[in-house]
Design a protein around this ligand. Sequence first.
Ligand code: ADP
Length: 245
Amino acid sequence: MFGIQKKSDLRKEEEMSKPLIVFEDVSMAYDERDPVLKNVALSIQEGEFVSFVGPSGAGKSTLMRLLYAEEFSTKGTVYFGGRPTTDIKRRLLPYYRRNFGLVFQDFKLLPNKTVFENVAFALEVAGWTTKNIKREIPGILAVVGLEKKSDMYPYQLSGGESQRVSLARALVHRPHVLVADEPTGNLDPKATRDIMNLLLKMNEFGATVLLATHAKDIVDDLGKRVIALEEGVVVRDEANGRYSL
Ligand code: ADP
């Protein structure tokens, strides 16, 4: 009050202003090839919604893979929550990855499992009991509007519904960060809007959202931060950005 802050409040503010994600001069090359990311420097605060744009092959997916530690930089450091991803012990990587909910263009659903089982599988792998899984999943399916499709198989679903299953699966561990890599690439405009609205809803609930997309209209409508990559280099990073200049 009156400009005097308690020490604990100051510490809290300091914590909150620390970025969740930092790329410090990050370069990455697959095998012995030329780097596909070059000296990338960026920081993202908890709760941001960031769109990554740029031509195919610019390095958007690679950048995301470095974040969820599926790949590692060849130069520079990727920090999540202040900690370099290279510090995470191999056996702890699956736990680390639960910070991230991943959604891809091709849904990656298991074809011989129902909607319920596809979402349940992520929890089974994490050692949840059947009882707890049964208790948890209806709520998650309701969030994405699929409570009535629980017993259907992927081949019985539309593209939009399939992507909503994959989003439900991404949400099971209540991830800090939703990584959506071209999530609407295979969807019609209506399904695209549904998925985008869900991503925005997750963001409102506090999730940090990283979206890689070629959907110009979506990015322009969002009015959120845009980071543009070209040949592995960040060429633009704007709050309230647009798809192209
Ligand atoms: P974007 O997501 O922007 O389309 P990517 O990160 O997928 O870009 O690809 C960046 C570059 O890295 C491309 O030239 C691509 O061919 C190459 N690349 C991507 N994945 C691999 C891989 N697993 N092995 C070798 N090269 C790869």
